[in-house]
Ligand binder design. Structure first.
Ligand code: APR
Length: 249
């Protein structure tokens, strides 16, 4: 693994507050807040079948089961608190105002930790959406969606979740953000799901990529461009943020 931390510090020394840091997160950043990941040994996809609750066909076939699943996720999210990793990312954004957060997560823990302008690639658990317009959303108060409530456009509201096989509405914006990154910080993702995982391909050659994850994600072609910090998010992210901010505070 290359020493990308040093390279990141050089970039920050040269660019200071104008440095464009991109933080790309997966379920691992929220694991220590008590929200389940998907593919770890106790992950959600060990307990539920994707084809039963996370495809458009499943939604049409058995919407009540889908509503029940996402109501449970929403209740967990409301009961969870942002952890030290979410807070460190929010601090990083304060120190470097051009920092952008792109997440695969549907929880709002980045926002509740103080991050702003978060791009959610796979939807947001606290919102519902129109059946016909994928980005026309309404906020949901509390944890419980009642199946059958209608969007102002008349269609039955569905969870604002990108189901498997559906398009990722904000992916092109996320690629534009990644293409401008001077430093990339990736946290807690197995890089199993596309197109989200291909975001790293849009990062310019030579851009240091720091990857915080206690597991062994499949880096594949990025192997030589990534420094893997094999730690849990609440330990590794504050350490990285501290190093990136004190060196160039
Ligand atoms: N700190 C940091 N990373 C962790 C922690 C932790 N405490 N615990 C687990 N991880 C890591 C795992 O090692 C793994 O690499 O988090 C990652 C979780 O991987 P997945 O469960 O596959 O989650 P993710 O990569 O976010 O999945 C992507 O798949 O099902 C879809 O839409 C869903 O957004 C999700 C997408």
């Amino acid at each position: 693994m290359a020493n990308m931390m040093e390279k990141a510090a050089q970039v920050l020394a040269a660019k200071g507050k104008t440095t464009r840091i991109v933080v790309f997160t997966g379920a691992g950043v929220s694991a220590e807040s008590g929200l389940g990941t998907f593919r770890d040994s106790d992950g959600l996809w060990e307990k539920y079948r994707v084809e039963d609750i996370c495809t458009h066909e499943a939604w049409l076939r058995n919407p009540e089961l889908c509503v029940e699943f996402y109501n449970a996720r929403r209740r967990d999210t409301l009961n969870a608190q942002p952890n030290a990793a979410h807070k460190a990312i929010a601090q990083l954004q304060k120190a470097y105002p051009l920092t952008q957060v792109i997440t695969q997560n549907i929880d709002d823990l980045h926002e509740r930790a103080g991050s702003t302008n978060v791009t959610h690639l796979h939807g947001e658990i606290r919102k519902l959406r129109s059946e016909i317009n994928e980005t026309d959303t309404v906020d949901l108060e509390g944890w419980e969606q009642h199946y059958g409530d209608r969007h102002p456009d008349g269609t039955i509201l569905r969870p604002y979740i990108v189901f498997f096989g559906e398009g990722v509405p904000y992916f092109s914006q996320a690629c534009e953000i990644a293409a401008k990154a001077d430093v990339m910080l990736v946290i807690g993702t197995s890089l199993n799901v596309y197109p989200a995982a291909s975001l790293l391909q849009y990062v310019k050659d030579g851009t240091p990529i720091l990857f915080v994850d206690p597991g062994m994600p499949e880096f594949g072609i990025y192997k030589n461009r990534v420094e893997h910090i094999r730690k849990k998010a609440t330990e590794g992210v504050p350490e990285v943020v501290k190093q990136l901010t004190i060196d160039n505070g």
